[in-house]
Design a protein around this ligand. Structure first.
Ligand code: HEM
Length: 187
């Protein structure tokens, strides 16, 4: 990534526009990042919340989670059309690991809301987006399926946690240890 802009200490401080992700890809990335950082913990704490406060937690978790699905689908479309900027020089195994983590994050963040949505419908609680827009579902109440869908949703929750930690390890490696311009591709 020889287009990096360096300061007088030789530390990367930026990248020209053409060496970054497409503007829409960058906006979607940070919107999804913030939403996942809210939706994930909300999902985790629901089981510990007092019964009378649960409905609002369910409503926010499920509604914002459902929005993540559509933003992720839009992200995939942008990524396929606009591609990605070049990686900085790095060992082949690191490039492969980064690419694999990115693909798995796309898959997990699309599958996660789908299985959450299917689970809540199978439990007999159809989603009304922010209490305003009823969302039709391909499955109705079905206790056996509900358990399976929820198990997938929970398993994906821990998978996303591991992928997120690997993603953060990449940020640490490039931005803090190597101090190269990788992070600026997404700013
Ligand atoms: C990317 C989007 C989403 C993320 C990151 C996410 C994350 C999580 C997490 C981490 C949990 C806790 C799992 C555990 O107990 O170990 C959870 C629970 C749950 N999620 Fe999601 N979720 C998302 C989308 C959705 C959607 C769209 C729905 C439904 C429309 C949904 C419905 C549920 C339900 C019903 C629970 C169980 C809560 C409980 O009773 O304890 N989730 N979610």
């Amino acid at each position: 990534m020889d287009q990096a802009i360096y300061n007088k200490n030789g530390i990367a401080e930026g990248l020209p526009q053409e060496a970054r992700y497409a503007p829409t890809a960058r906006v979607f990335h940070w919107i999804v990042a913030v939403m996942v950082l809210v939706v994930w913990p909300f999902g985790m704490v629901i089981k510990f919340i007092a019964e009378d406060s649960k409905p609002i937690f369910y409503l926010l978790h499920e509604s914002f989670g459902f929005l993540i699905l559509w933003i992720m689908l839009a992200r995939v479309a942008v990524r396929l059309v606009r591609g990605a900027p070049a990686h900085p020089p790095m060992p082949e195994w690191q490039r492969r690991l980064a690419d694999t983590v990115h693909v798995l994050l796309y898959v997990a963040l699309i599958a996660m809301p789908i299985f959450g949505f299917l689970a809540t419908n199978a439990f007999g609680f159809p989603l009304s987006l922010f209490g305003l827009i009823p969302i039709p579902s391909p499955v109705g109440k079905n206790d056996a399926l509900a358990g399976i869908f929820m198990t997938v949703h929970v398993t994906l929750g821990y998978t996303i946690l591991v992928l997120f930690l690997l993603h953060m390890a990449g940020v640490l490696q490039h931005h803090v240890l190597k101090r190269d311009a990788t992070l600026y591709r997404m700013t």
